[in-house]
Design a protein around this ligand. Structure first.
Ligand code: PGA
Length: 250
């Protein structure tokens, strides 16, 4: 069901001590409003984070996952391992995974399927590069990313999906898509899903925006009708900034 979500992607930041501190700070600073809060610490700190957030409204989620159930896949983590420590949601398809670790649409389709079959929720990330936007290909690129990774899924899988549109040119660059650019793309995303499945599925999926969201621009972006919140990188590493973003839903 569509809901307002503010998700913090901590990436490869925060050792265990820092993780503990940031969670304690967040517990004090986060507003209580209708936004669902997610944080994604690194794998080694997930169990600790789950323990520290028990009984709070903060959900701890993973940044990645392998599609196989178990076996000789050195360095990888399975859905079962995540679920076993209380993780119910995984981020897949982040542009850094695509760019630096060679994750393709085909691989992501396998990962998404594995997560869905394991009854996990997926925050699926996608978005165009700067050249795509400059050459006016951004809608085609985003449409293809959705189709290649998600459109083989049965309609029933969509209740486990959250989408995160993250234009690569806006990630960690300080350059944000304008609220109008975000709304335009989010409306296109819903239309593409409605054409492939139906309008109920398109209306019910939460679509987050990601890319240099800050306390100063969050309310404007989140106020757009097809934007249901944000996936936050840099600004999720400071309790004050992350809370300042979550306040946008108050
Ligand atoms: P940023 O990262 O907020 O630092 O731009 C967003 C993301 O990578 O999800």
């Amino acid at each position: 069901m569509r809901k307002n979500i503010v998700a913090g992607n901590w990436k490869m930041n925060m050792n265990q001590e820092q993780t503990v501190q940031l969670i304690e700070d967040l517990k004090k600073a986060l507003p209580s409003n209708d936004a669902s809060i997610m944080i994604a610490p690194t794998f080694v700190n997930l169990a600790k984070a789950v323990e520290l957030t028990k009984g709070t409204s903060i959900e701890v989620v993973a940044q990645n996952m392998h599609f196989e159930a178990s076996g000789a896949f050195t360095g990888e983590i399975s859905a079962d391992m995540l679920k076993n420590i209380g993780i119910k949601t995984v981020i897949l398809g982040h542009s850094e995974r695509r760019a630096y670790f060679g994750e393709t649409d085909d691989l992501l389709a396998k990962k998404v399927t594995a997560a869905i079959e394991n009854q996990m929720q997926v925050v699926f990330c996608f978005g165009e590069e700067l050249e795509d936007r400059k050459s006016d290909q951004h809608f085609d690129v985003v449409g293809a990313q959705l189709k290649n990774a998600l459109f083989e899924l049965p309609a029933s899988a969509w209740s486990q999906l959250i989408l995160a549109y993250e234009p690569v040119w806006a990630i960690g660059t300080g350059e944000t898509a304008s609220a109008e650019q975000a709304q335009e793309m989010h409306a296109f995303i819903r239309k593409t899903i409605a054409d492939q499945y139906d309008s109920t599925i398109a209306d019910h999926v939460s679509v987050l925006y990601g890319g240099s969201v800050k306390p100063t621009n969050a309310s404007e972006i989140f106020s757009k009708p097809d934007v249901d919140g944000g996936l936050i990188g840099g600004a999720s590493l400071k309790a004050e900034d992350f809370s300042g973003i979550a306040v946008a839903f108050s």
